[in-house]
Structure formats: C-alpha cells, structure tokens
Design a protein around this ligand. Structure first.
Ligand SMILES: NC(=O)c1ccc[n+]([C@@H]2O[C@H](COP(=O)([O-])OP(=O)(O)OC[C@H]3O[C@@H](n4cnc5c(N)ncnc54)[C@H](OP(=O)(O)O)[C@@H]3O)[C@@H](O)[C@H]2O)c1
Length: 284
C-alpha cells in the first residue's frame, strides 16, 4: 500500500514510518514539506502524491501553550485535520486520524470506551475533538484512532521529562491523581499497521497500552526497571503543581471495538515499559 504519514519527524512518526515500511511504500512528511493548516498546500501535495492511505499524526501537541494560543491549536488540530480529510476525499485515499485521551473530561473511574462521550477540559483537547468532527464532516469514512500518554525514543514525553528532572536530584515529587494508559510508540505503530492491514474501517478505535496507572506508578516502575536508586520519588497531589492547562484526572482508554473485529490490542503498559527500559539501557 502507498501510505503517507504526516508528523513523520514527531515522536510517533519516527517509529511509525519504519514500522509501516517493513511491508508498505511509505512517505513521511512534516512541517518542512507543508503546513497542514494551509489548505491549498495540503491539497496540492496529496493530489501530487495520490497515496492510498494517509495516517495523520501531525498536530500541535503542546498542551500548556495551547491554553494561551488556542487559535493556533485550533488551526492546526481542527482545520488541519479537515484539510487532510478533504484532500483524501479528492484522491480516494483512506485516512486514519490520530487523536487523544484528552478529549475526555477525566470524571470516569474505569477506562474510557469508544462509546463514551467526549468533553474536553483544555484547549488542546477541544482542538483535537474539533479535528475529529471536521475530518468526519469532510470525509465520512475517516477512522479516528485515539491514543494516550505516548513515549518513545524520538521525542519529549513524561518519561523523558522525569528522567531529566531526576538528574542531580535525590528527591522528586510525582502526581498520583493523574491516571492514564502509557503507550509505547513502537507498540502503537505495530497496532496501526495491524488496523490498516485488517482493512478495519470502523469510525473510531481506542489504541493505547493495556491497563492504567498514575504518573507516580509509571515513574516508580521506570526507576525500578532502570535501577535508579539515588532519587527518591515522592507521591503528591496535582494541587502541588500549577500548570497553565488543566489535565483530566483519569483518561485511561480501553477498546470495545478491537475485540469485536479480532484486532490484537496494544500490550500491557508494564510489558512495553520493560522493553523500552531495556532499549534505553542498551543505548547508554
Ligand atoms: N504525545 C502524547 O502523549 C500523545 C497522546 C495522545 C495523542 N497524541 C497524538 O498523537 C499524535 C502524534 O503525537 P506526537 O507525540 O508524535 O507529537 P509530536 O512529537 O509533537 O509530533 C507532531 C509533529 O507534527 C508536526 N507539526 C506540528 N504542526 C504542524 C503543522 N502545522 N504542519 C505540519 N506539521 C506540523 C510537528 O513539527 P514541529 O516539531 O516542527 O512542530 C511534529 O513533527 C498527535 O496527533 C497527538 O495529538 C499524542
């Protein structure tokens, strides 16, 4: 299959392009190729390439700066997704739009399913939800894939931030009241490949690491796997941290659709974290 991946230089894109390239002809594009907020540039590029499928991973992903610049977040995540969808419609390409757990308000205490109603609590979440809606309006066959708490070797994540923060400190506070589904970009890439190859055409799938944990549990497990003993992790409430954007307290995802369509879900977050930690250790 000829596949175009937007956001190829981002954290997910850097793993997604090589994983898909194992069996497909893949072209990765990023901001240097075109700005997804520029409708004419998007249409021109996709018209020239005529991909059979587009995985749209490019996004404005800074949750905190989105709060002070919601217009840019909306232009990129909302209308940008619409631009890609409209261009896919013109060339008859199928589209997978990558979205987020942050479309939910975090009030639930069991994993959010595809049938749960989104109600974002921050500007980033609102812009991503708008992207889902506008893309579907432009291309009714679009498949939205919501994922969560990404980490990988190709970008900044909670994991890279916590490791950087621990350097030179003997104590680090980590919140217990933010719970989610950590997802390794390599595992998500493999699941996206399975989804494409299975011809899955449902409107919406949740693809995130199985299970759920708090930021504190995630950091504790990571430090244990990496043998970090000189920095003590302290559990705290998020009231101790002021951030410009409010985050959902609970945004774990689970899928009721993957099982129905016999598509293998992502592995448990502990299993993939352990593989990721082994990879990090081998690179030191
Ligand atoms: N990271 C997470 O925890 C998380 C969780 C749930 C869902 N997601 C979603 O997963 C997808 C991939 O996330 P990620 O973590 O890989 O993001 P990322 O590392 O920030 O990568 C996004 C890529 O999109 C590019 N981009 C930004 N604005 C653009 C524009 N106007 N035109 C073209 N390209 C543009 C960025 O380029 P620059 O770097 O040059 O700006 C970057 O290379 C996104 O849709 C995100 O919303 C992420």
């Amino acid at each position: 299959m000829r596949i175009l991946v937007t956001g190829a230089a981002g954290m997910l894109g850097r793993d997604l392009v090589p994983v898909l390239s194992q069996t497909h002809r893949v072209k990765g594009v990023d901001l240097e190729n075109f700005d997804i907020a520029d409708r004419i540039a998007v249409a021109g590029f996709i018209q020239a390439e005529k991909p059979e499928a587009v995985i749209h991973a490019a996004a404005y992903t800074n949750v905190d700066t989105a709060e002070s610049d919601p217009a840019t977040a909306m232009a990129v995540n909302g209308r940008g997704a619409e631009n890609v969808a409209a261009a896919c419609r013109e060339v008859g390409a199928r589209m997978i739009l990558i979205s987020t757990d942050y479309v939910f308000d975090g009030e639930k205490r069991t994993p959010y399913l595809e049938s749960d109603r989104p109600d974002p609590v921050n500007a980033y979440g609102r812009s991503k939800l708008e992207g889902e809606i506008l893309a579907r309006r432009a291309l009714p066959s679009v498949t939205v894939v919501r994922t969560a708490w990404l980490y990988g070797t190709g970008g900044e994540s909670f994991i890279t931030k916590i490791l950087a923060a621990a350097r030179g400190r003997n104590r680090l506070e980590v919140v217990t009241d933010e719970v989610g589904s950590p997802s390794w970009t390599v595992d998500l890439s493999a699941a996206l490949k399975r989804l494409l190859e299975a011809g899955a055409s449902g409107p919406l799938y949740h693809l995130a690491g199985s299970g759920a944990c708090s930021r504190y549990e995630l950091a504790t497990e990571l430090f244990s796997l990496l043998g970090i003993k000189n920095c003590q992790l302290e559990p705290v409430s998020k009231e101790s941290f002021q951030t410009p954007a409010r985050r959902p307290e609970y945004s774990a995802l689970a899928s009721e659709r993957l099982g129905l369509e016999n598509i293998e879900p992502l592995r448990h977050w502990r299993e993939t974290l352990s593989e990721f930690a082994a990879l990090l250790s081998s690179q030191i």
